[in-house]
Design a protein around this ligand. Structure first.
Ligand SMILES: [Cu+2]
Length: 244
C-alpha cells in the first residue's frame, strides 16, 4: 500500500481505500480534483492570453483606455468563486457526515487508548493488546502492537487518550481521528472482505512528545469467521509488547 514517490506523482486522483467509509473521502477528493483542473487551466490560460494579447508593441505610442470599474466583470469574479466555495462546502459537509456516522448496532466495539508512547486495544471479552515504545522499533519486529479487526462487518472504534493529544491514522483507510483526553471519539469501519489477511500500517500523527515518531501499530484484517475464533481464543488474555 506504500507508494513510491514516482508512483504517487503519476497516480491519478485519490488512492483507493479499503473501507466503506473511506469511499466518501475518496469521492470528495476526486471531485475537488476535477473542479481544480479546469479552474487552473482557465486561470493560467487567462494570464497567458492577457500577457500575449496586451503586450507592449514597438509601434504603440498610447496608453490603453483607462476605466475605473467594470461592474459585470466584478460581479462575475465575486459570484463565481463564492458559488464554487459554497458547492465544495456543502459537498464536504455531506461527505464528512457520511464518514462520521456511527451504527447504533455495530458487530464489534474496540476501545483504543493512545498514550505516551503507545497504544492499548481492548476487546469486549477483556482481551487487551498493549504496545509501548521508548526507542525506535523495527517496523517488521514484533514490538509493534497489532489491532486485529474483522472484515465485512461494522466495527466501531472508541478512541481515547490517557494524556496529551494523539491522532489515530491508518493511511490505507484514508482515515485519521484525534485522540483527546476526556473525549470519546467514535467511528466505524466496514472493511472490504477482499483485504482479509492483509496488514496495514497505523501511526500517531499528532506530535505528542519524544517518541511520537515511533508510535506505530499494525492493523491486521481477518476474515469474519477466523476473527471470531481468534477472539474467543484470546478471551481475558493480555498481549504486551514493548521496546526500549
Ligand atoms: Cu501520539
Amino acid at each position: 500500500m506504500h507508494d513510491t514517490l514516482l508512483a504517487s506523482v503519476l497516480r491519478w486522483g485519490s488512492p483507493t481505500g479499503v473501507t466503506q467509509q473511506d469511499s466518501n473521502v475518496q469521492r470528495l477528493w476526486n471531485v475537488t480534483y476535477y473542479i481544480a483542473i479546469p479552474l487552473g487551466a482557465i486561470v493560467i490560460g487567462l494570464i497567458v492570453w492577457c500577457a500575449v494579447r496586451y503586450r507592449v508593441r514597438p509601434d504603440e505610442d498610447h496608453i490603453p483606455r483607462q476605466v475605473q470599474y467594470h461592474i459585470p466583470l466584478e460581479v462575475f469574479y465575486t459570484i463565481v468563486p463564492i458559488a464554487l466555495v459554497a458547492v465544495l462546502f456543502v459537498y464536504t459537509y455531506q461527505a464528512e457526515n457520511k464518514e462520521d456516522s456511527v451504527s447504533p448496532s455495530p458487530a464489534l466495539v474496540v476501545r483504543v487508548d493512545a498514550f505516551q508512547w503507545g497504544w492499548r486495544f481492548t476487546y469486549p471479552n477483556g482481551y487487551e493488546v498493549i504496545g509501548s515504545v521508548a526507542t525506535e522499533p523495527n517496523i517488521n519486529s514484533t514490538s509493534l502492537p497489532i489491532l486485529t479487526l474483522p472484515a465485512g462487518e461494522t466495527v466501531q472504534i472508541n478512541l481515547y487518550s490517557d494524556d496529551v493529544n494523539h491522532s489515530f491514522y491508518v493511511p490505507a483507510f484514508l482515515f485519521k481521528r484525534d485522540a483527546i483526553q476526556g473525549i470519546n471519539n467514535s467511528f466505524d469501519f466496514n472493511i472490504d472482505p477482499s483485504v482479509a489477511g492483509q496488514r496495514f500500517v497505523g501511526e500517531c500523527t499528532q506530535f505528542c512528545g519524544t517518541y511520537h515518531p515511533y508510535m506505530r501499530f499494525w492493523l491486521q484484517v481477518m476474515a469474519r469467521n477466523s476473527f471470531s475464533t481468534w477472539l474467543s481464543q484470546h478471551h481475558g488474555l493480555n498481549t504486551t509488547v514493548s521496546e526500549g
